[in-house]
Design a protein around this ligand. Structure first.
Ligand SMILES: [Zn+2]
Length: 199
C-alpha cells in the first residue's frame, strides 16, 4: 500500500515538475518576445541613420522646394521666349497662307501706251493717275479688282491694278507693256490670278 502511495506521489511530482517546466518555458518565451520587441523598438527609434534619413528627407524636400521656387521663374521666362518665336512662325505661316487669295482663271491681255491700244489716252497716265510701268501696271474691271489691288499671276511679278479699259470687264486683266510688239506677242492668255489680301 505504501509503495503504491509513493508511486502515486512520485507521479504527481513528475506531473507538477512537467507543469512547472512548461510554465517556466512559457515565461521565458514571453520574456524573450518582449525583449525582441523592445530591442527592435529601441533600434528603430535610436538608430542614427533613421534619424539622418528623416533629416535628409527634410533637407531634400526643402532643397526641392527651393529648386521649385528657383526653377519656377525660369519656365515663366522660357514660355515667354517660346510663344514669341512659335506664334511668329505660326502667324507667318498663317499669313502666308492668307496673304494671297486665289481668284480663279483670268483672261490676260496686254497693252502698250500707243494709240492703237489706248486711243485718246495714249501716252498719258493710267486712270488712277499713276504713270504706267511695265511689270507693275495692270488694268482690270473695277467691280472685280478695284484700283490699288495687288495681283500675282504666278510669273514672279506683283502687279498693281492702276488702270481700266473699255474692253476690260469681268475676269479680265490687261497688263501694261512698253512695246506694242510685246503686247501683241502676249496675245490672249489664261492665267491663275491671286489677290493680295495681307496687311
Ligand atoms: Zn500698243
Amino acid at each position: 500500500m505504501n509503495k503504491r502511495r509513493e508511486r502515486q506521489e512520485e507521479r504527481k511530482r513528475r506531473r507538477r515538475k512537467v507543469i512547472y517546466f512548461f510554465l517556466v518555458l512559457e515565461q521565458i518565451i514571453v520574456v524573450t518576445i518582449l525583449l525582441i520587441v523592445i530591442a527592435t523598438a529601441m533600434l528603430n527609434s535610436k538608430y542614427p541613420t533613421k534619424g539622418m534619413d528623416l533629416e535628409t528627407d527634410f533637407i531634400f524636400q526643402a532643397s526641392a522646394a527651393e529648386n521649385e521656387t528657383e526653377s519656377r521663374p525660369e519656365p515663366e521666362t522660357e514660355p515667354k521666349t517660346e510663344p514669341e518665336t512659335e506664334p511668329e512662325t505660326e502667324t507667318e505661316a498663317e499669313t502666308e497662307a492668307e496673304e494671297w487669295r486665289y481668284l480663279g482663271e483670268f483672261t490676260v491681255t496686254a497693252y502698250c501706251p500707243c494709240a492703237i491700244c489706248c486711243g485718246q489716252w495714249a501716252g498719258g497716265p493710267t486712270s488712277s493717275g499713276a504713270w504706267p510701268e511695265e511689270g507693275v501696271t495692270a488694268a482690270a474691271d473695277p467691280d472685280v479688282l478695284p484700283a490699288g489691288s495687288l495681283i500675282d499671276m504666278g510669273d514672279g511679278n506683283t502687279r498693281i491694278i492702276q488702270d481700266t479699259g473699255g474692253g476690260v470687264k469681268g475676269n479680265h486683266i490687261d497688263i501694261y507693256m512698253e512695246s506694242h510688239e510685246a503686247a501683241c506677242q502676249w496675245g490672249v492668255q489664261q492665267k491663275s490670278v491671286w489677290l493680295y489680301v495681307g496687311k
